[in-house]
Design a protein. Structure first.
Length: 318
């Protein structure tokens, strides 16, 4: 049996047809009755499906189809249900969150959506991930800057800095435009945390291209950085590109990037010593001595945690 993404609500019906007998379930497979698998206080909120960017290394458009936004009313209804269940942090996600609304409203609606989500009773934090650099508008930056409930956190997958490599990846914009964007965000929001991802060893990436990327990382000083070696994916244009980089070269370049980022991360973290931050409590250590928390600077499972010494033994974690 094969099911497309948009057939989620018909799973039971399809199974019944497949095994040629009736099946019954009291569960309604839709957002109104979803299971939260990320703890009691944090939930991911998907605002669109699919992607229309057509990066040459990515098969998502072939698997999930073109970018299709959900109606804002439906998203807000789901968010209210989550808040009523005790969720305090909403993490807005999509393959490309910055394109939200372009297909159904003919304009980018992410800033408006974030503001509306922040108005929901019970919600303390709203954050969004996967913001493509070329689509981050001044309006979005202003929204993050001025709304106290929106985490001062930008997740911007830049993928590379060399203009030649970016072109081969079919990424919009240039290395310079990426650098200018980072400068603008930091100027407007000094306390901002910027996370990014990049790919090393993309087909035709030369030592000169890699050096451009390395120097950019040195200047950018990302607070969080995930780096990966290029991996061939069937069905993509990059799969059959000439100039495939040797695996040892790719790994060597990755190691250099991560060693550099380790030094940058150490300096960035040392700058936080002595500061006070509001945190969201995710749990407690096995020995009951510390609360496991996150600040606005930490997304779940990716950016680490903040341990808070438990001075009051009566504190209970629901």
């Amino acid at each position: 049996m094969f099911l497309s993404i948009d057939e989620y609500e018909n799973i039971w019906k399809k199974i019944s047809e497949l095994i040629k007998k009736n099946t019954k379930s009291t569960d309604i497979l839709e957002y109104k009755n979803r299971v939260i698998s990320t703890g009691k206080v944090t939930a991911y909120l998907k605002i669109s499906e699919g992607c229309s960017n057509r990066c040459t290394y990515c098969a998502i458009p072939s698997i999930r189809g073109p970018h299709i936004s959900r109606k804002m009313e439906e998203i807000l209804e789901e968010a209210k249900i989550l808040a009523a269940s005790g969720v305090r942090e909403l993490i807005v996600i999509a393959q490309d969150t910055t394109k939200y609304g372009v297909d159904i409203y003919k304009e980018q609606k992410l800033p408006e959506l974030l503001n509306e989500l922040s108005k929901i009773k019970g919600i303390k934090w709203v954050r969004f991930l996967y913001a493509y650099p070329e689509s981050i508008s001044d309006k979005l930056i202003e929204t993050v800057k001025n709304n106290k409930k929106i985490c001062k956190y930008f997740d911007i997958p830049v993928q590379h800095f060399s203009n030649k490599v970016l072109k081969n990846m079919n990424r919009n914009g240039s290395g310079k435009s990426i650098e200018n964007l980072l400068e603008k965000i930091r100027k407007e929001i000094p306390e901002v945390i910027i996370r990014s991802t990049l790919i090393v060893g993309f087909p035709k990436e030369t030592e000169e291209d890699f050096f451009e990327l390395y120097e950019f990382i040195h200047r950018a000083k990302f607070d969080r950085l995930g780096a990966f070696t290029y991996s061939k994916e069937e069905g993509t244009k990059a799969y059959s590109m000439e100039g495939q980089v040797h695996s040892k070269t790719k790994q060597s370049r990755l190691n250099k990037i991560m060693r550099l980022q380790q030094k940058i991360s150490t300096i960035n973290l040392e700058d936080k010593i002595g500061n006070t931050y509001e945190v969201l409590v995710d749990g407690i250590t096995d020995d009951k001595k510390y609360l496991i928390t996150r600040s606005y600077m930490h997304i779940p499972d990716e950016d680490g945690v903040v341990f808070v010494k438990r001075t009051n033994s009566n504190i209970k974690i629901r």
